[in-house]
Write a protein that binds this ligand. Sequence first.
Ligand code: FES
Ligand SMILES: [Fe+2]
Length: 438
Amino acid sequence: MSSPLSAASIRDLVRADQVHKDLYLSPELFVLEQREFFGNTWQYAGHVSQIPNALDYITVDIAGQSLLILRDNEGAVRALHNRCAHKGVRLYTAESGQLGARFLRCPYHAWSYRLDGALASYPLRAGYEGTGMCESANGQGLAPVSGLKVYRGFIFVRVNLEGPSFEDYFGEAVAALDQMVDRSPSGELVIEGGVLRNTIHCNWKFYLENINDTVHPVSTHESAVRAAQSQWTETDPNAPKPLAIEQILPFGQPYAFFEGMGGRVLPHGHSISGTRASVHSGYGELGDYVKALAAAHGEERAKAILEHSPQNVVLYPSLAVKGSPQTIRVIRPVAVDRTVIEAWNFRTVGGPDLLFDRALNYSRLVFSPMSIVAHDDVHLFEQQQQGLRSGPNDWVSLHRDFNAAELDTLPMDTNGSSELLIRNQYRAWAAHMTRRIA
Ligand code: FES
Ligand SMILES: [Fe+2]
């Protein structure tokens, strides 16, 4: 970037129908983005089923900061900065585990903290008398994360002190989480099968844009569809299909299908891709499961849950939800050109095994490193990261279906292939990036 990073210069990078290549390429902007954009907004941290028992914990990096999410002795979920108040050591480095004691203890000089983060003890206390340490920030212990919300088992955090409330930030987008939970007849979901974690060598925005890009499957995934078609020669459209065939064949729909899926954009960058239909709409029905859902929620709600299968709901910017199959993807930026993508699968407690098999199979087929789909996408994202460095055009096109009326209209419904879903992400990005800076 040649200009200083003022609020005005950042806003200039996001035009009504284009974004500047620096959004993806500038290391300087990435540092600011971690602090301001990811710090000011709500990020998905994990699910309560990862910490089912008292003293269970997970660690997670959000907005460039290390966080410790734990369950205390009363069963409450807590989020603390994973940074010793003495000299900054990360207290816990494992991805998950058991605290094993009622105190958190730093391995370096044995400063210990209560589960709420308060400083409990430290060696050679007499040496601190009269020094002001206890009154200083170092004496305050592990800082709680400013914003913490557990919504129906999904744990979210906002790292910076000020910012929108969880409710204001997500608004109607949380309906995607309701849909996910309500697909369980018992109302309970558990993460099972571990995580598929994939490091990709590109900026996080390419991945998130692609989640809202329904025009690419026709060309990008042509070979995967051809492979599935070559394996499925059954001509009866009602013949039951193997899971892999059922899940891959719909990627081969024509442009008109994706356009007709419908989309919806919400404030703060959230979106629903596939309000009317999606590649998941044609999965076979499960008779007893349908009855169990109707018993749990009533016929009408059960029908609404089962008929609503968006391609993706993006809870911008860290979470993409697929209610059917029950999988989520989590986006974790690491560097301007490096991003970790995680795929987690949910079992519906009381639901049939086949639902969970669908989630596992979909993740394996479409999200995993050995997927027959993901490598097509990732190859192209990494080529974008390289290709955008070539001039002379500094701008990325987001023109498709642009209409000036959209600038003042949120929420807004649109067709399934409009780039409004992507433009909406960047308008929110610019707004949150510049909230605290002049
Ligand atoms: S750095 Fe943690 S006790 Fe010293
Ligand atoms: Fe794709």
